[in-house]
Design a protein around this ligand. Structure first.
Ligand SMILES: [Zn+2]
Length: 344
């Protein structure tokens, strides 16, 4: 019945990791940019839906990983997760731990986490160990889904906030991977319950339109952005005008895409929304930037977004409509606000 065409049963693997970080005053065995955090614990819980109302939750998966690079506990990290350097001497190697984890996950599931940092840390750990950095091709970030479904907001909330929001009994402290994964799975269960209630309301009433779950599930292995820049112009207005003319293609399939919300300005940024029929919603942004020679170029970025971030752009647009047609024209003298920027 759902417009998402969710096939039941469906399994969500909610995972959470703890990682140690390099210590700034000590020589690092690897470039911290390549490895911002080394995984020391993986926790996960499976949430399976047999139907829109029937959930089951697995026992938590938990494994301790012995770090190979950052073997001394970073003090800031230690304060949060309550572990010390001695704790880092136990556990299995990362490749072993990840292998266990994948076996435990099974075949057909949606990988889930709170925020997108766990996925990016996971990828950096896979790369540093010379393992393929491709992860499960369906990934759901619970944080923006919770924000949109529970509170209709783009604000980023913490796990603790969402646990309070849904009055989930809190029996353990946060910041151990398996406990956090458990709480995140509970939040996901509540959020999905709310979501399917909304779906049923929508089916009964044509006027209601709700966010689509599928717009929160993305493929983390895809190249998800495209950047472009124009030549230089004597003023900001021309540079932006040129950048606005760029024909945009989906960064994944290269198909020409269509705007679902035309370009509008918000301060010095121009924004718009796009859609690839196959790969989902994208936002595009343009800003004028200044060269050291005091000339201007337009700099654009197109990237895939979850439904919540897309909604945020929509809200900016609505805000602007409310204010009326104040300044659609670019102000003539606004160069102080233009970023001095050479990168990109
Ligand atoms: Zn596409």
């Amino acid at each position: 019945m759902s417009k998402d065409e969710i096939q039941f049963p469906i399994t969500f693997v909610v995972f959470d990791m703890e990682w140690n970080q390099p210590i700034s005053y000590m020589p690092s065995p690897v470039n911290p940019k390549d490895l911002p955090g080394e995984i020391i614990e993986i926790g996960a819980v499976k949430l399976t839906m047999e139907s829109e109302t029937c959930f089951s939750m697995s026992r938590p998966f938990s494994i301790i990983v012995k770090p190979q690079f950052y073997k001394i506990m970073n003090r800031q990290v230690s304060r949060v997760i309550n572990k010390n350097t001695d704790d880092l001497k136990r556990g299995v190697t990362f490749p072993e731990a990840y292998d266990y984890f994948l076996k435990w996950c099974g075949d057909d599931y949606v990988l889930c986490a709170w925020g997108d940092s766990d996925i990016s840390i996971l990828k950096s750990n896979l790369k540093i160990h010379g393992m393929p950095a491709e992860v499960n091709e369906r990934f759901l970030d619970i944080q923006p889904l919770f924000g949109r479904i529970a509170e209709n907001t783009a604000q980023q909330r913490s796990v603790a906030y969402a646990v309070d929001f849904y009055r989930i009994p809190q029996t353990d402290d946060f910041h151990s991977a398996d406990k956090d994964a458990y709480y995140e799975a509970r939040i996901l269960k509540e959020t999905l319950t709310d979501y399917f209630v909304m779906c049923r309301k929508e089916n009964a009433n044509e006027d209601i339109e709700i966010p689509r779950l599928k717009h929160y599930i993305s493929n983390p292995n895809l190249n998800t952005q495209y950047r472009w820049k124009t030549g230089v112009f004597p003023n900001e207005k021309e540079a932006v005008a040129r950048a606005l003319k760029e024909e945009l293609h989906c960064p994944v399939c290269s198909e020409l895409i269509k705007a679902t919300l035309e370009w509008f300005s918000s301060g010095h940024t121009w924004m718009s929304l796009w859609q690839c029929a196959e790969h989902g919603p994208l936002t595009a942004k343009i800003r004028a930037k200044k060269t050291p020679q005091q000339e201007f170029y337009g700099s654009g970025q197109l990237r895939f977004v979850n439904g919540n971030a897309a909604r945020y752009v929509q809200e900016k647009w609505e805000e602007k409509q409310k204010k009326g047609s104040e300044t659609e024209e670019l102000p003539e003298k606004c160069s102080e606000n233009v970023q001095n920027c050479e990168q990109l």
